[in-house]
Design a binder for this molecule. Structure first.
Ligand code: AMP
Length: 406
């Protein structure tokens, strides 16, 4: 049996993993850790939830702590030797938390840098020095432009959720950051999907990489009960209120397409006596963190989110995912519903589809390779002209994507 010890991890990291309660490496960890410990570059195809963060953090911590004496006040100021680039603040904060847990028995320090908050504490930390920097590209370039960041000692460069960085338009910023780090370094790139642009980027930054791909757990999507309700846009808010009241909704994420839509929906739910909180890119970092904390520790059962803001949110026990608006990109649907049925539990994903959104529904069904069951019994069901109905469930095809977990 593969154990963390058999992967070659050192004692201080093994003790930390033990304290986290991890007994066995996940598939991505079992594949990526030995390659990285052997100083190879890695191209990893893996989504949130697979254990990819530990897969790239542990070898970095091991390399950086090798031969490093215990630190005291007279120790030289640490230099940034590992840079982890990530698309969102939430993801950056989560990686920071993981580094804290896994590195607790090493002398290493880290700091997390993102926009939307005052730069004062980030500048103070940069002046004190630390070993690992987790950063969103925009704020990093901003602070570099002001002369606060020195990346000349970077030995490990990690691009996390590279496809998301591309989607969010960060690719030029990423390229600018790449020019600031030494060309001789270990490179790691992790991405949930591998579109051509990511393959191209990986060729630019990785040297003869080991390819690591995890086959997502077959059970994940199968454990999600998917349904679609055909309902006019104007009736969606009432339908959502009704479902929250009548179904066993313990903890739900409701996805809207726009930030304004998310805010409006929270107000509408509150008017109906349902407490909810929105999380999206226009909220301050503090507000987003507060919302997420309330959702995670169960004080708030309903989180209304846009795709970008929800990315990387790692909360278990989500009983329902409501697709209040269908996403324009069918891949987002798989990301969204993958928020439920985590950790092997069952989950329910309900999509609200205005007759005008049927084309989006069809794209989703093509991607996942199966028709989503239409809830026709529900009184809200709007009769659709036959030609616009989603494909019947008997036409199931089996595409690889249908097993995807995001
Ligand atoms: P990630 O894919 O990095 O977002 O990790 C998903 C979740 O799995 C996080 O909550 C981790 O703390 C947890 N995790 C990572 N590795 C393991 C492991 N080997 N055993 C149990 N849990 C893990």
């Amino acid at each position: 049996m593969t154990t963390f010890r058999s992967l070659g991890l050192a004692e201080p990291l093994l003790r930390a993993l033990d304290a986290c309660g991890y007994d066995t490496p996940t598939p991505i960890q079992a594949q990526a850790i030995p390659a990285q410990l052997a100083r190879r570059d890695v191209l990893g195809c893996a989504q949130t939830g697979t254990g990819k963060t530990a897969a790239f953090c542990l070898p970095i911590l091991q390399h950086l702590s090798e031969g490093l004496p215990a630190r005291n006040k007279r120790s030289p100021r640490p230099k940034i030797r590992a840079l982890i680039l990530t698309p969102t603040r939430e993801l950056a904060a989560q990686i920071g938390d993981n580094l804290q847990s896994y590195g607790r028995h090493t002398p290493l320090s880290h700091h997390v840098i993102y926009g939307g908050v005052s730069q004062r504490r980030q500048v103070q930390a940069l002046e004190r020095g630390f070993d690992v920097l987790v950063a969103c590209p925009g704020r990093l370039l901003d602070l570099h432009g002001q002369g606060y960041v020195d990346l000349s000692a970077v030995e490990h460069l990690i691009l996390d959720e590279a496809d998301r960085m591309l989607d969010m338009g960060f690719i030029h910023d990423v390229r600018r950051v790449l020019r600031l780090v030494p060309s001789k370094r270990q490179g790691l790139l992790f991405s949930a999907t591998m579109p051509a642009a990511i393959v191209k980027l990986s060729r630019e930054i990785l040297n003869d990489p080991v390819m690591v791909e995890v086959t997502p757990q077959a059970t994940t999507v199968e454990k999600i009960q998917q349904k679609v309700m055909i309902v006019p846009q104007a009736d969606k808010k009432r339908l959502l209120r009704e479902l929250i009241h009548t179904q066993d909704v313990e903890r739900a994420i409701v996805f809207t397409r726009t930030k304004r839509g998310a805010n409006r929906l929270v107000q509408q739910l509150e008017r109906g006596g349902i407490e909810a909180v929105a999380i999206h890119g226009n909220k301050s970092q503090n507000a987003r963190q507060r919302a997420l904390d309330a959702f995670r520790d169960g004080r708030m059962a309903i989180l209304v989110a846009t795709d970008v803001a929800s990315r990387g949110i790692d909360v278990d026990d989500i009983s329902h995912v409501f697709n209040y608006d269908l996403p324009h990109e069918p891949e987002s649907y798989v990301h969204r519903i993958g928020r439920t049925a985590r950790a092997g539990r069952e989950g329910i994903a309900i999509a609200f589809c205005d007759p005008d959104e049927v084309k989006n529904l069809r794209q989703i069904e093509r991607l996942i390779g199966e028709a989503i069951e239409v809830d026709e019994d529900h009184e809200w069901h709007t009769a659709l002209p036959q030609a616009r109905r989603p494909a019947p469930t008997t036409q199931r095809r089996h595409a690889r994507h249908s097993r995807g977990r995001r």
